[in-house]
Every structure is written in structure tokens, then in C-alpha cells.
Design a protein around this ligand. Structure first.
Ligand code: RIB
Ligand code: CA
Length: 315
């Protein structure tokens, strides 16, 4: 059965690899739309980067891009140029996109796409701060129950944060939105730093990606090579975590992952803002609202990434 998905994203390269992988998997996934949000870089850059990535593989005509919220529901946007550079797509010059974002505000389009399809047939794939998702849920209170589910990259169990000691970026930026999403009742799969920090863009893996061939693989080799620099230095890692494609990989090959169904709550307090409080041992008795994936077969993951990213391009 082909699963229909919407990808909500703030493209830096890892985000773009994720939604292009989906396009490279037509037997399993139908990408209904890409929705953009302010995050890693401001909204005009994330939207431009989404269009650039789609044009790189000649697929801009196949999937609409809808721009969404410029920033969090109640807080000022905190971007991450210190990680991703000024535009979010550094390391390889891609031409200005010819395609434009489609008409409509992303939260409205998410509601329309989900509510116009049979119930439990659309999955939201969330690769960024959850502002668009929370706004969509506010517009349509029935949205959560209509969804097949939500798969999101975000949070941390015992790995600690990558923005503060407590918080991972996607949750940190808009903790109020994350609170709403985790309380909404839709089935959630959460892929935290505990998982993505085990999937590093090591040189051998980037070399394999490049060797697969094609102009888009060459481009992503350079984009990912540039993008790993901050993480390598900050975390003393060999490569950078390839965070967001784990969301698509879970849909394609769940056997690559391991985890546990547990309760997850979000802190909005100042000291622990954006912390995902993961009740791994169910000591609270709170409802188990998320399947938290902490284990990954990294080699199998990269093999899948390279295969489906390569397949995304139409010549
Ligand atoms: O913390 C990792 C997340 O922040 C990923 O989604 C990455 O793209 C950045 O947005
Ligand atoms: Ca992202």
C-alpha cells in the first residue's frame, strides 16, 4: 500500500535529503506536499531551499511547496546559521529556483490535504520546529484523529540537547507547539538525538553517496560535507548526524530501528525549555503517547538513503 505523506521542513541539507528520498520511493510513498517553516534559517531561505532541492532533481512540478509560519507561536525565532550557514544550503551553489511556492498558507493546506482524504491515510513527517503542525491543529481540532500518524525528528532521551543541555533544536524553538502536538492524541513516532547521533555522515559514507553518480549526488556530497563541520567540531564526531532522513527511513524500513512506546512530555520552563521528558521506565503512569526510537542500523540506513536519494532524480 502506498502511504500518503506531507513533509514539514526547514531545509538544511538533511531535510532536503529526506523529502527527496520520499520522491525516490514511489512504490511506498506519495509525497502530497512539502510545507516550509522558519527554523534553521528564516522562512524565505527554507522555502527557497526546498524549491532548489526539488529543481535539482527535476521534480518541482511533481509536488507543491507551501510556505508556512515564519516563526514560533509565541516566541521569537532562533535560527541556526552558526550550524547551517547564512542560507542553510552552503557548500554548493545551486541556481536560483524558477519554481515558486504554491498559493496558500501551509497550516491551511495541511488541513485541506488531510481532511479531504479518507481518515487514517495521511502521515505527517515533521523535520523542523512544530509550529505549522500546531497551527493546523488549532485550525482543525479534528486533524489529529484524522491522521494516520506523525513521525518526527526531534527531542532527546538521555543524549542531552544540541541547543541547550536539555533541548534538541526542533523542540527548543517552539516548545508550545510541541506541547500541543504531543498532547493531540495522534500516534507519534519520535526520532531523537539518541538515534540520529548514531548515524554520522562519515567520509566513507559521503564517498559512497558521491560515487553513486549523478549531478544531484555530487551536489549533496558537497552540501552534506559542508554541513557536518559544526557538528564534527562541537561534538568531536567523525561526520555530522544525518538527522531528518531517519523519518523517511522509518517509513520505508522500520526494521532498521529500535525503540519503546513511552510517555513524552515537553518542558516550557526557562531552564529546561524544549526538553522532551521521556518516561523510559514508565514510572509516572502517564499515557504512552510516543514510540521513541533510540537504536538504528546506521550502515543499513545510509545504504537506503543513497539508494532512494539517487532514485529521486528524473532526467
Ligand atoms: O536538531 C536537529 C534538527 O535541527 C534537524 O531537523 C536539523 O535539520 C535541524 O533542523
Ligand atoms: Ca530540519
Amino acid at each position: 500500500m502506498v502511504r500518503s505523506i506531507i513533509v514539514d521542513t526547514d531545509p538544511s541539507p538533511d531535510d532536503a535529503v529526506a523529502f527527496l528520498m520520499a520522491l525516490g520511493s514511489p512504490a511506498e510513498l506519495e509525497l502530497l506536499a512539502v510545507t516550509t517553516v522558519g527554523g534553521n534559517v528564516p522562512l524565505h531561505h527554507t522555502t527557497r531551499n526546498a524549491l532548489k532541492a526539488l529543481e535539482l532533481v527535476n521534480r518541482a512540478a511533481d509536488v507543491p511547496v507551501y510556505a508556512g509560519a515564519a516563526g514560533p507561536i509565541t516566541r521569537l525565532l532562533e535560527t541556526a546559521e552558526y550550524v547551517h550557514g547564512a542560507t542553510g544550503f552552503e557548500g554548493y551553489d545551486l541556481p536560483e529556483p524558477v519554481a515558486r511556492a504554491a498559493d496558500g498558507f501551509a497550516p491551511d493546506r495541511i488541513v485541506e490535504l488531510v481532511m479531504s482524504r479518507p481518515e487514517k491515510t495521511v502521515t505527517l513527517c515533521c523535520l523542523a520546529p512544530l509550529t505549522n503542525i500546531a497551527l493546523a491543529m488549532a485550525r482543525e481540532p479534528r486533524l489529529a484523529e484524522r491522521l494516520e500518524g506523525i513521525v518526527l525528528m526531534g527531542g532527546a532521551r538521555s543524549e542531552g540537547g544540541n541547543v541547550t543541555p536539555a533541548a534538541e533544536y526542533n523542540i527548543y524553538v517552539d516548545p508550545e507547539a510541541a506541547t500541543k502536538v504531543f498532547a493531540a492524541g495522534a500516534p507519534i513516532v519520535m526520532i531523537p538525538l539518541d538515534c540520529t547521533h548514531k548515524a554520522l555522515t562519515r567520509k566513507d559514507r559521503l564517498d559512497l553517496l558521491r560515487a553513486r553518480g549523478g549531478p544531484h549526488m555530487e551536489a549533496f556530497y558537497h552540501l552534506l560535507e559542508w554541513n557536518k563541520r559544526f557538528d564534527e567540531k562541537a561534538w568531536s564526531m567523525e561526520g555530522g548526524p544525518l538527522h531528518d532522513p531517519t523519518v523517511i527511513a522509518w517509513l520505508l524500513k522500520p526494521e532498521l530501528f529500535g525503540g519503546r512506546l513511552v510517555n513524552v512530555e515537553i518542558s516550557c520552563d526557562e531552564l529546561t525549555r524544549g526538553m522532551t521528558v521521556v518516561d523510559w521506565h514508565s514510572v509516572t503512569g502517564r499515557p504512552k503517547n510516543a514510540l521513541v526510537l533510540t537504536e538504528i542500523d546506521a550502515d543499513g540506513y545510509f545504504e537506503l538513503v543513497i539508494e532512494r536519494l539517487h532514485a529521486a532524480r528524473r532526467d
